[in-house]
Design a protein around this ligand. Sequence first.
Ligand SMILES: *Cc1c(COP(=O)(O)O)cnc(C)c1O
Length: 332
Amino acid sequence: MNLAKFPRRGYVKEATPIEYLANFSKALGNKVNVYMKRDDLLPGCAGGNKTRKLDFSIADALSKGADTIITCGAVQSNHCRLTLAWAVHEGLDCHLVLEERVKGSYNPEASGNNFLYHLLGVKSITVVPGGSPMMEEMEKVAEKLRAEGKKPYIIPGGASNHIGALGYVSCAQEIMQQMFEMGLNFDHVVVPSGSAGTHAGMIAGFYGNNMDVPMIGIDVSRPGDVEAAIVHKLAQETLDYIGAGVTLPEEKVVCFGDYYQPGYSIPNDGMVEAVKMLARTEAILLDPVYSGKAMAGMIDLIRKDYFPKGANVLFLHTGGSPALYAYLPTFR
Ligand SMILES: *Cc1c(COP(=O)(O)O)cnc(C)c1O
């Protein structure tokens, strides 16, 4: 699909590596061959998946004459860190609205991404209770800034709309090219599924290009059916925005909601095992909120023989390791 017609800043200069995880595959009995797409190594302060989306979102903001970016996320949001980082790079102001999804979890002194918000010079942080209407809360900040003569642009949570999702359509196309170059066929792809732009963009990119590789989303915040409906809607909107002229069948969107409990950003044993396992077999850092829980899901599926023996399974590593430093007691 032609993405060249959409404005983009060019933050992603080259393909991120696809690596075979020999030690990790062996630790799981060599039942399957696990490969990893290293989007944790994307450019942008400390890397991660939001860079691909912001490449398109910030281009849209600039094309509309914005001088200020407003976005939102949880208290340890990688998306907020990367939006702020790219805003700094572009010479734009950046204001954050943080949702305290876990009551009492906002600590202005916290390490991890919170520390980076301050180091990167955030213009303001507004903390609102969990369940707040985030678009309205961001609109309030925008209203105030407009009164001061600013030109704010709102990027939705996770940059997960049809514009940001283009970044993951492009990732899907990049993977297709790498498969061809490596002479390697993936039988399954596993992705974390949160605000849905990553999963939706990936499925739109594969399906829109007639690449019928089964894709599994591991949910980090919502039950399977709820997340699948959100992913499907955004994937279809993205295909329509590109002008792909295809209808995505509902059954192509598969979400597993069994691995995020007891709740978004709250640690569980599977996540701790997954983070430690990747650190100790491959020296790769996952994160406690997204890639750690998604990896825990994939480990469980491998152990349960969900994938056929000898299958090539690609895991999308979306980054997030700065959040580890806000969870030190969990790993001690
Ligand atoms: C935001 C994020 C995700 C989830 O991506 P969505 O597009 O929000 O579903 C996964 N991993 C990390 C590290 C993230 O920051």
